[in-house]
Write a protein that binds this ligand. Structure first.
Ligand SMILES: [Fe+2]
Ligand SMILES: [Fe+2]
Length: 136
């Protein structure tokens, strides 16, 4: 396990928090698989699932931002773009990936995720609570 779930990661908006929990568990799963020398196929499947899960989560946050007129939407989307670009690069070169490259990428995800959630998503969660967002 790489990222330990903790209350400091909660943004106070239930649907987002649940998706974040799922993402943490998927990043941890990927980390464990690489560390334990799982097969290339297993690791690739996890990477594709993680990329899909990230894309669905970002789409959901964007829908919430648009629906509720979030004023910091543009900068928030730019941050999302950084993780999407990193995942795209990984998936594009998937045949050439080595364990050190994967561990390096997972380290980036860990930092990106923690920083984005405790700052940007927390601000979004607060806005959604203040502006009557539904818990969907
Ligand atoms: Fe976000
Ligand atoms: Fe998020």
């Amino acid at each position: 396990m790489l990222i330990e779930w903790q209350d400091g990661l909660l943004v106070g908006f239930e649907a987002i928090d649940q998706e974040h929990r799922d993402l943490v568990s998927m990043i941890n799963q990927l980390y464990d698989q690489v560390r334990n020398g799982q097969t290339k196929e297993t690791i690739e499947n996890t990477l594709f699932t993680l990329a899909d899960q990230v894309a669905a989560h970002f789409t959901h946050e964007d829908e919430l931002m648009r629906t509720h007129g979030y004023p910091h939407r543009a900068s928030h989307l730019l941050e999302h773009r950084k993780l999407i670009d990193q995942l795209d690069t990984l998936l594009d070169g998937i045949d050439l990936l080595t364990s050190p490259m994967l561990l390096n990428a997972i380290g980036f995800m860990d930092h990106w995720f923690t920083d984005h959630v405790v700052n940007s998503d927390a601000r979004l969660g607060e806005y959604l609570r203040d502006h009557g967002g539904t818990k969907r």
